[in-house]
Design a protein around this ligand. Structure first.
Ligand code: SAH
Ligand code: SF4
Length: 366
């Protein structure tokens, strides 16, 4: 028998096309979209505004695959982490971080990552595969549903989504853009484009594509003010250097509606955290005239890494300098430490199919 069509993979347009293809009216798409994403109903029999005939047809040809949560752990500070098992036996992680009236969901786009940034534990695991649209939006679906069952979080729930979990979202472009469209769709999660943020290490040609196809907020992982240092930390810089990156960032910011780019800068002790480097960073941003906001992330150590988190003194001195120069510079608080949900710790139990981790450990012990 032919495999049933998974409706979780569809944006609204796809869903409309699907209904046309099975000789149904396209407005059915909105109904099913609402059941699926807003009411978390996945049983066709419960979709009461569909005719009996249509329900039977859907049962025969379609399915709604929901994520399999293997671990659901709240942290003492309100952070919550879900470990989701995906097809093939791998796990991905989704983290919820409440803060004031905001609830930010950090989601993954790939199993592993191909880009191998020197300080990132995901990069060290190698790459397994891209996540499907269903697996990406399934993380939002799971969080919204599970949070609504948790007492006391009704008022904030998921207000923001950041593509800052495992993987490089722009290396899984089509699926990520489609999943983000579902997040912003009024018949699904209705998030505003200001509240959906894609974080990239700088895959320049895909940022141009994003400029054409989406207008979500953009965060760029900078981590270094010079090409020489960035080449070492973020190897994709060797392919697309700072000049090229800054040029497309400027265009993205000019297009609006966000008007600025968030630059992430992971602070690593004695690597990129000196005052001279803060000055070089200010020079770079001024020279390239990119409207920017800085998000400083103190490095989160993990076993086997040679990098260290700078002292609080050094972190604050770096931030202070940027602020004195008129930049908005925030320090990302480490949250969910007790459940390994902090930034860069989204390793979970992902299997290392490429064995890169073993090679890495071997290199370190040599
Ligand atoms: N691949 C994308 C998004 C995922 S990583 C990107 O690189 O932007 C989200 C952020 O966490 C990135 O800025 C990344 O550089 C940073 N990061 C990765 N490992 C980290 C660690 N161990 N400590 C602090 N930040 C880390
Ligand atoms: Fe991939 Fe981002 Fe980690 Fe670099 S920092 S290896 S791009 S997940």
């Amino acid at each position: 028998m032919e495999e049933k069509t998974n409706l979780m993979n569809f944006c609204l347009k796809d869903m409309e096309n699907y209904f046309l293809s099975i000789d149904e009216k396209p407005f059915r798409a909105k109904q099913v979209f609402k059941w699926l994403h807003q009411k978390a109903v996945v049983d066709f029999d419960q979709m009461s505004d569909l005719s009996k005939g249509l329900r039977e047809k859907l049962k025969q040809y379609a399915k709604i695959s929901i994520p399999k949560v293997v671990f659901d752990k709240p942290s003492v500070d309100g952070t919550r982490k879900w470990l989701i098992e995906v097809k093939g036996g791998n796990c991905i992680e989704t983290v919820y971080i409440p803060e004031g009236s905001r609830g930010t969901l950090c989601i993954s786009s790939q199993i592993g990552c191909t880009l191998n940034c020197s300080f990132c534990s995901t990069g060290k695991q190698g790459f397994n595969r891209n996540l499907s649209v269903a697996e990406i939006i399934g993380q939002v679906w799971t969080a919204v549903r599970r949070l609504s069952q948790q007492e006391g979080v009704h008022d904030r729930m998921v207000t923001n989504v950041v593509m800052m979990g495992m993987g490089e979202p722009l290396m899984n472009f089509d699926h990520v853009v489609k999943a983000m469209n579902i997040m912003m769709d009024d018949y699904a999660y209705g998030l505003s484009k200001r509240r959906v943020t894609l974080s990239t290490s700088g895959v320049v040609p895909r940022i141009y594509d994003l400029l054409e196809q989406s207008d979500v907020s953009l965060a760029v992982s900078l981590h270094a003010p010079t090409d020489a240092l960035r080449d070492q930390l973020v190897p994709i810089n060797k392919k697309y250097n700072l000049d090229q990156l800054m040029e497309v960032c400027k265009l993205y910011a000019e297009k609006g509606p966000h008007k600025e780019i968030t630059f992430e800068y992971t602070l690593m002790d004695q690597v990129n955290d000196s005052l001279e480097q803060a000055e070089a960073l200010v020079d770079l941003l001024r020279q390239k005239q990119v409207p920017s906001k800085l998000n400083l992330i103190p490095f989160n150590p993990y076993p086997g890494t040679p990098y260290k988190k700078p002292s609080n003194n050094r972190i604050h001195r770096f931030q202070q300098y940027l602020m004195e120069q008129g930049f908005v510079a925030t320090i990302r608080k480490t949250r969910g430490d007790d459940i390994d949900a902090a930034c860069g710790q989204l390793v979970g139990t992902v299997q290392d199919r490429t064995k890169r981790q073993m090679r890495y450990q071997k290199t370190l012990s040599e």
